[in-house]
Design a protein around this ligand. Structure first.
Ligand SMILES: Cc1cc2nc3c(=O)[nH]c(=O)nc-3n(C[C@H](O)[C@H](O)[C@H](O)COP(=O)(O)OP(=O)(O)OC[C@H]3O[C@@H](n4cnc5c(N)ncnc54)[C@H](O)[C@@H]3O)c2cc1C
Length: 505
């Protein structure tokens, strides 16, 4: 059925619901948008890590003024995912400026330069990008620029967010922009042939042209429609979470990851505390044993404060069915590794809003399918990216041994084969020429190769040909590294930024 959308009711005021409301309203002037949530309930505390695209989404697509955001939400800037221990590998980063470590194809794209990257990669001290140096020196991306007469920022960074501050900021912004926030709980969903007729709370009913299900894993609306949930082949399904105190000067500007017996630990430093988590597979460890391992691993957390979350790994193959579109955890989730959730959900909302506005707010089967295909591809890409972390994880517990046989997509196999056959390649997407794979990658092949190489993947190309690293390459890398280290030494740490630099400029 085709219809022109005049009003939207979003159910769920977590970050996905609020971001969806903001995107829909901004890209569709005149659209009447309201958000229904049991706003009196406390917001889940778990600290949120994001990836690079978040800045562009918040500050460009959604038009959120960066300075107001920083003053209110007080983010910590994240420069990398730092694998401090991934099944005993040497510590390594997945930095946001990975590609800058590679030779610049415009200048000296030589085999020797790529070989340098292959052979010296593990000598991390001698070969760090600016993001990696920010983490090594515990600095923020902000520095004083004499030319500008104020603070400037290195832009290849994302955020760590205190969820409460972020949620409060988004609520205020919704109100400022004329989005109604309704404190209520939807208890009944009237559906016929997959179309939502109305929603009911205890006191009233809601009717709209379009409903957005942003109720998290409870999937209050989408759960009443045809089930087409695709489950991913990942055993992780639970997480423990707690916080400890932190001094702003000690903030680590990276999401720190370490492996445990049946999963992995995170550390996400925010302005207010150090957020710790243990993501585990409940088929391999009891909750009691996981709690014990978590508390023993994380200094400063109190066993009584540990909160448990459960999640499903997978997604609805059709995010948008008839007059209801699911966003956020209600639509899907892979797992917390690499912190893809919030940013991918925000991107989905911007895509939805743009698609609607580009079609005169008319929603028909073709528009819905266009969006659904985009969402499917996003989740599949995220799964591909996450799955290799397990395929290369060399742990020796039952969980880690089983995890290595995680299902890999054809696309992931092609990338792995390409690295083996030809090593680092900045130019050619190895899925080209494979008509069965016509979807764009969510990540850069070069980043993917660096990740698997850190995790132990070797390349027959480099192993079977002789390369000499020429002096010019070596000197260029050393010069570059030296200047990055000096540069970063002049950056503010998070305390200097928040207690001085922010107010002075
Ligand atoms: C353990 C864990 C760690 C994570 N860490 C990260 C991370 O570091 N970075 C990241 O990007 N993502 C992370 N995620 C994913 C994260 O949850 C999502 O990115 C995102 O925050 C999802 O929020 P949401 O709005 O979809 O759901 P929620 O935050 O769960 O919000 C759902 C909202 O719906 C409301 N609601 C529910 N039922 C009703 C009803 N009947 N009527 C009215 N309102 C209702 C609830 O009150 C709630 O406000 C993590 C997920 C888990 C499980």
């Amino acid at each position: 059925m085709s219809e022109r959308i005049e009003d939207v009711t979003v159910v769920g005021g977590g970050d996905s619901g609020l971001l969806a409301a903001l995107a829909l309203q901004r890209m569709n002037p005149g659209l009447d948008v309201s958000v229904v949530d049991d706003f009196g309930q406390p917001v889940p505390q778990v600290g949120k890590s994001t990836f690079l695209a978040i800045q562009q989404i918040l500050h460009d697509s959604l038009g959120i003024d960066e300075r107001s955001f920083v003053e209110a939400v007080k983010p910590v800037w994240k420069a990398s995912v730092y694998f401090r221990d991934w099944c005993g590998n040497e510590p390594f980063h997945y930095p946001f400026d990975q590609s800058r470590k590679f030779p610049n194809p415009e200048e000296r794209d030589t085999n020797e330069a790529f070989y340098f990257y292959y052979s010296e990669l593990h000598d991390s001290e001698a070969h760090q990008s600016k993001c990696e140096q920010l983490v090594a020196q515990g600095k923020s991306p902000w520095y004083f620029s004499p030319r500008e007469g104020g603070a400037r920022k290195y832009d290849n960074v994302a955020y760590h967010l205190n969820t409460e501050r972020f949620n409060e900021f988004l609520r205020d912004l919704c109100l400022d922009r004329g989005i109604r926030l309704i404190d209520d709980e939807v208890v009944t969903v009237d559906v016929a042939d997959d179309r939502i007729r109305r929603l009911r709370s205890r006191n009233r009913a809601y009717e709209a042209d379009l409903y957005v299900d942003a109720t998290g894993f409870s999937r209050v609306l989408r759960g009443e429609q045809t089930d087409d949930f695709r489950e991913f082949d990942l055993p992780l399904d639970a997480a423990l979470n707690a916080r400890s105190e932190i001094d702003l000067a000690d903030v680590v500007p990276a999401t720190v990851v370490e492996t445990g017996e049946a999963g992995w630990f995170w550390q996400i430093d925010t302005y207010d505390n150090r957020d710790r988590g243990y993501v585990y597979a409940s088929d391999y460890v009891s909750e009691a044993a996981a709690r014990e391992e978590f508390v023993a691993h994380c200094e400063g957390i109190d066993a009584d404060d540990v909160v448990k979350y459960e999640f499903d790994s997978g997604y609805h193959e059709r995010a948008w069915v008839e007059n209801c579109v699911a966003v956020g955890n209600a639509e899907g989730f892979v797992e917390p590794l690499q912190s893809t959730g919030l940013t991918a959900n925000a991107k989905a909302s911007v895509t939805l809003a743009t698609l609607l506005s580009g079609h005169g707010r008319v929603a028909d089967d073709a528009v819905r399918e266009r969006y659904n295909a985009w969402v499917r591809e996003t989740w599949e890409s995220i799964y591909d990216f996450i799955s290799v972390h397990y395929a290369y994880a060399d742990g020796d517990t039952e969980f880690w041994e089983d995890a290595q046989s995680v299902e890999l997509s054809r696309r992931t196999e092609l990338l792995i084969e390409a690295f083996d056959r030809t090593g680092f390649d900045a130019h050619v997407d190895p899925t080209m020429g494979h008509p069965e794979i016509d979807d764009p990658l969510f990540f850069q092949p070069l980043d993917f190769y660096a990740l698997i190489h850190h995790m132990g993947a070797t390349s027959a190309f480099y192993e079977s040909h002789d390369f000499e690293i020429d002096d010019e390459t070596r000197r260029a890398v050393e010069r570059n590294y030296g200047s990055i280290r000096e540069d970063v030494a002049d950056h503010y740490d998070h305390r200097e930024f928040y207690h001085g630099a922010l107010g002075q400029h």
